[in-house]
Design a protein around this ligand. Structure first.
Ligand SMILES: O=C(O)C(=O)Cc1ccccc1
Length: 309
């Protein structure tokens, strides 16, 4: 093959490379599974160590990300809401959509470890929180050790850092999928999550708003938006009814986190809103949210649309 033709081939290969999507790794996390369900082969998967790394790595080269936002039994993902406080969100990066998956947790160990051997249980704080009843009933004395991710906890059992813990007295809570990804691990108990229906909702984030989200199957109904509200630095108490009145769009959830201002008990609020009928065009919905944000600003509230989808 001549140089010219190989150059042409590699250029066209580059042009066809799917966009990157960053997820909380390693492979086998629930974030990875949720991403694969939504995007399949339409993206290139790039694993990061923490949820913060996913946010901070968004760039024109790594334009998409997925982050866990809420679990149906354990509530909001605090790490995610802490990151949504950052000024870059709503300026450089944006929420572009959502996707849900059912969560089925397993207790995973190195081969031949028995339940009576276990002194430490490693997992993401969300997973530890979603298996409270099982842990109380079967491992009441075990120490619970939070990790960056569920699959990361499983991998640690095979490759423990120095001699900080004995992997033969330890278990991880994660998806059973990890046992096929990391040979040497096995499922000791399956379906250990509290309650029968355990769902996690994820936000899809992007760098900028101009890039189209490469859904494998575009979601049919998503007319939502996330608005961040920061009351005046000096206001100790603020009138939430004033904000709700100015907003004048139905609100489906409200979260709040400390604003990190020096004023004590000063919080930042996150309002998720939705289009009532859902029938309007995307343009009409974008206008509606942007006008609501403007009304909030006129009412003296620092407000930013973190995403309209
Ligand atoms: O650690 C993971 O696997 C994640 O993707 C975060 C998480 C943890 C528990 C339930 C849902 C998401």
């Amino acid at each position: 093959m001549s140089n010219t033709s190989s150059a042409l081939t590699s250029r066209s290969d580059e042009a066809q490379e799917p966009p990157a999507l960053i997820f909380l790794g390693p492979p086998g996390t629930y974030s990875h599974q949720a991403a694969f369900d939504a995007f399949g082969d339409s993206v290139r998967y790039v694993a990061k160590q923490t949820i913060a790394d996913v946010f901070e790595s968004l760039s024109s080269e790594l334009p998409f990300g997925i982050i866990p936002q809420e679990n149906s039994t354990n509530g909001s993902v605090i790490e995610t809401y802490n990151l949504l406080r950052c000024e870059v969100v709503g300026r450089d990066s944006f929420v572009r959509g959502e996707t849900n998956i059912p969560i089925k947790h397993s207790l995973v160990v190195r081969q031949n470890v028995k339940i009576e051997d276990i002194e430490h249980v490693f997992s993401h704080e969300q997973a530890l929180g979603q298996c409270k009843a099982f842990l109380k009933a079967f491992l009441p004395k075990a120490s619970l050790v939070p990790t960056d991710s569920t699959a990361g906890a499983a991998r640690t059992l095979l490759d423990p850092p120095s001699e900080s813990f004995d992997p033969l007295k330890s278990a991880a809570i994660c998806s059973a999928v990890v046992t096929s990804l990391f040979p040497g691990l096995e499922v000791l108990r399956a379906g250990i999550q509290d309650g029968q229906s355990n769902m996690t909702r994820f936000y899809i984030v992007s760098y900028g708003v101009d890039v189209g989200v490469p859904w494998q199957t575009p979601p049919t109904y998503q007319k939502r938006a996330l608005i961040r509200l920061l009351p005046d630095r000096d206001s100790v108490a603020w009138d939430s009814s004033r904000a709700i009145k100015a907003l004048n769009i139905p609100i489906s959830r409200i979260d709040r986190r400390p604003s990190l201002y020096s004023t004590t008990f000063h919080d930042v609020y996150f309002l998720e809103v939705y289009a009532e009928g859902g029938g309007e065009s995307d343009v009409a919905w974008f206008d509606c949210v942007n006008q609501a944000v403007e009304r909030l600003r006129q009412a003296g509230l620092k407000s930013t649309a973190l995403g309209i989808w």
